[in-house]
Ligand binder design. Structure first.
Ligand code: NAD
Length: 462
């Protein structure tokens, strides 16, 4: 991203350095007027009711499926995601749109509860206007999770995509706006200044996905007026490999989950703890499998790993790598860098004396530390302010026992941390404040209200 003197945001392809396209930056002082337009549109949008909004939004799903290949190509050129992964993101997002609408529709139905004296109806009302402030690493999926349930709830939405991926954000909003009434979904472009102005404006909810640092600033900014927030933040996910693990499966997962999207995934495996009794075999397999990860031009469909999103992100990762090597980590493969590319890299002999085992790295560095017993593995895995995801590989019951002692919001046993259909995407500790997806996640985009009637007053109607 570069902001030019004419207030245009240029999107730069991190693989080639070429300009992919540009969008006008929204002047920060125009944001409150944009929010006023949303507030004015919200009454009518809400009045359509759940059925009305479902009917109106359903056709978006087919249109998204049509444009998914184009959005996928844009993801690759704006942020360097490999073609299979970028196409996967766009296709998956499009294919989930219809079922997510229905899931939100069901989650927002009123509920009736009674006791011997009172009959109550619990409504899930719109909040008003929500902001969706999103990152670049999943530039279609992350916005969808903040926009879709909010619209279905009857809110109007102001969407600020990341300054690294404005074109994907615009393409996504354009598709929705082919179907939505005017001002129900508006987009603002820019970086921190536009994000801050949006948070400070007269909105009712901030749905944010991004770093812990920015999430904390948003929570502080929303404090004085007690604005609602849903924050999905960064992580430092651990993988624990127990002595009875399928070592080959654990190594495959370690490699896949350390390097996909060049390690730029909130639930990337950022720390690996392996039982010392199997560590030699595990490390050998991880190194062997890493060599299969072809790196290069992300438009080449056989390439698995492209460049980092930007030189800034590359430099953050390289600084952590350099420090880890100074602090005694052993470089077992990779470590080279050219332009915005960082080779998939494996470090062994890592320890908690190293910054790389604490700070979010967000790069293709696989860090391995050995442990002596399960209790030590649990202590190490939990020694972090983050709590997004994690994984434990081992005999199922053994792994379950370890998993229940871990602090993250989502833990996978012999798999990644994503839960089954309908479960929320949830960061615990400093990885989240509120959460989204699934019935409970969708409901965070609503205001609960309860209306109660005394049972005896109803008797004449029986
Ligand atoms: P970021 O926090 O730097 O930026 C996210 C968004 O916030 C961008 O749109 C940015 O312009 C905006 N922003 C920046 N400063 C702001 C401010 N003061 N007020 C309001 N908005 C502001 O994050 P990023 O670099 O775009 O994304 C990477 C981070 O996102 C990583 O930490 C990653 O773990 C996290 N992430 C979390 C999840 C999850 O589900 N928990 C998913 C994807 C990414």
């Amino acid at each position: 991203m570069t902001a030019t003197a004419t207030n245009t945001l240029e999107s730069i392809n991190p693989a080639t350095g070429e300009v992919v396209g540009s969008v006008p930056v929204t002047p920060a002082d125009e944001i409150s007027a944009i929010v006023s337009k949303a507030t004015a549109a919200q009454h009518e949008w809400n009045a359509l009711g759940l059925e009305g909004r479902l009917t109106l939004m359903r056709p978006i799903a087919d249109r998204l499926i049509e444009v998914a290949p184009k959005i996928g190509r844009l993801i690759t050129s704006e942020m360097g995601k490999s073609t299979p992964e970028a196409q996967g993101e766009a296709t998956y997002g499009a294919s989930k749109f219809a079922s997510e609408l229905v899931s939100a529709f069901e989650a927002f139905q009123p509920e009736e509860m009674s006791d011997e004296n009172t009959r109550s109806i619990l409504y899930r009302d719109a909040l008003g206007v929500s902001a969706a402030i999103t990152p670049w690493n999943f530039p279609m999926l992350m916005p969808q999770q903040c926009i879709l349930p909010s619209l279905m709830a009857g809110n109007c939405v102001i969407f600020k995509p990341s300054e690294e991926t404005p074109l994907v954000g615009q393409a996504y909003a354009d598709v929705l706006n082919e179907f939505l009434p005017e001002n129900v979904l508006q987009i603002v472009h820019g970086a921190d200044d536009q994000g801050k102005a949006l948070v400070a404006s007269d909105i009712n909810l901030v749905a944010f996905t991004g770093s812990r640092e920015v999430g904390s600033k948003i929570l502080t900014a929303c404090g004085p007026e007690l604005k609602r927030v849903v924050l999905e933040l960064g992580g430092k996910d651990a993988l624990i490999v127990l002595e009875d693990a399928d070592i080959d499966a654990a190594a495959s997962f370690a490699v896949q989950n350390s390097f996909r999207n060049s390690g730029q995934v909130c639930v990337s495996t950022e720390r690996i703890y392996v039982d010392e009794s199997i560590a030699d075999d595990f490390e050998t397999l991880v190194i062997e499998k890493t060599k299969d990860w072809k790196q290069g031009d992300p438009t080449d469909e056989t390439v698995k790993i492209g460049p980092m999103v930007s030189s800034m992100q590359r430099d953050i990762v390289l600084a952590q790598l350099e420090q880890a090597l100074k602090d005694g980590a052993v470089l077992r493969c990779g470590g080279e860098t050219k332009d915005n590319y960082i080779e998939p890299t494996v470090l062994t002999g890592c320890s908690h004396d190293m910054q790389i085992m604490h700070d979010e790295t967000f790069g293709p560095i696989c860090c391995i530390q050995r442990f002596e017993n399960d209790a030590q593995a649990v202590i190490l895995a939990n020694e972090t302010p983050y709590g997004l995801g994690g994984a434990v590989y081992g005999e199922t019951q053994h792994a379950m026992n370890v998993a229940r002692k871990l602090t993250p919001g989502m833990v996978g046993i012999n798999k990644g941390c994503g839960g089954s259909e309908g479960t929320p995407w949830v960061g615990a500790c400093q990885s989240g404040y509120g959460y989204h997806s699934g019935r409970d996640g969708h409901r965070q985009f609503t205001q609960v209200r309860v209306v109660s009637i005394p049972i005896h007053e109803m008797k004449p109607n029986y």
